[in-house]
Write a protein that binds this ligand. Structure first.
Ligand SMILES: N[C@@H](CCC[C@H](N)C(=O)O)C(=O)O
Length: 282
């Protein structure tokens, strides 16, 4: 029998990931293999790969990869999807547990019996340039002037464990995100590249966003992107501390606590068991 690599595809509001469990596969993960798996058309198609469970500093963790093969420190939808995988495959039995990522330990809570709704403690954001990172003197990057593709914008940048640029606009669209995204992602001001969310304020409890992800491009939803958009709007005094983030794949609710801790409530779904022959990578 040909050696196969087995994966399970899940999605969080259309932000889809392949879970690759090293306990079930003997595979040396490399960036180009990940990129090949994620390709739509030539590969299996996904916004990224979740490789785990693995040991990270003595705890059960997951490595998160974007569809270009780059590794991300955190993914909100990715953590919800991985939490579902761990419950579905009985790696955990509790409803509340921690998942280790490169950005730290993330507390997750399963909210329903089908393990499709999760509440995640995403920690605190930082607007400090040296933590995001953004070049220039150390400052909070709030409503700052930037030029992307020869056009001037006001942007607020922050880290949720991964870097985000938030630009408020009167109208947001997939077209606008796809046009601006690559310039923001790869701007010289952002040494580790950048995730972009363009945002429209609907009211003090609702934002509309469109997303261009570092390393994955246009996606239908983003957990960390939702946290970043909500935190930027709250910091700018545009919203209350409970904000519904409406995005093409659906809605993610964000709660910002008094101490600045951000909680996201997201939904995920199982898509399919998939396998590829080793020869797929040759
Ligand atoms: N879709 C994710 C974000 C994934 C990581 C991001 N592309 C990065 O490189 O930081 C989410 O749901 O947060």
């Amino acid at each position: 029998m040909t050696d196969c690599i087995t994966m399970i595809k899940y999605q969080g509001l259309g932000n889809d990931y392949l879970v690759l469990d090293p306990n079930k596969n003997r595979v040396q993960l490399q960036g180009k293999k990940i990129a090949l798996m994620c390709q739509r058309g030539f590969g299996l198609g996904a916004d990224g790969v979740l490789y785990g469970p693995v040991d990270i500093n003595g705890k059960m963790g997951v490595h998160i990869y974007n569809s270009d093969g780059s590794e991300a420190a955190i993914s909100g939808n990715g953590v919800c999807i991985f939490a579902k995988y761990l419950l579905d495959h009985e790696y955990v039995k509790e409803k509340k547990f921690e998942i280790k990522t490169l950005s730290g330990s993330i507390e997750v809570e399963c909210l329903n019996s089908r393990a499709t709704e999760f509440r995640v403690n995403m920690g605190k954001a930082s607007f400090l340039s040296r933590e995001i990172p953004v070049t220039g003197e150390v400052r909070e990057v709030i409503n700052e002037d930037f030029t992307f593709n020869n056009k001037d914008y006001k942007a607020t940048c922050l880290t949720i464990g991964n870097p985000h640029c938030i630009i408020f606009m009167d109208e947001v669209s997939e077209k606008a995100a796809r046009e601006l995204g690559p310039y923001v992602e790869n701007a010289d001001e952002f040494p580790e590249r950048m995730n972009l969310q363009i945002c429209r304020k609907i009211d003090t409890g609702n934002l509309d966003i469109e997303i261009w992800e570092r390393g994955s491009g246009y996606t239908k939803a983003s957990g960390t992107g939702s946290c970043a958009a909500a935190m930027a709007a709250y910091k700018l005094g545009l919203t209350e501390n409970r904000i519904n983030i409406n995005q093409p794949g659906g809605m993610i609710q964000i709660d910002i606590h008094e101490d600045g801790t951000i909680y996201m409530t997201g939904s995920v779904g199982y898509v399919a068991d998939m396998s590829v022959a080793e020869s797929f990578f040759s």
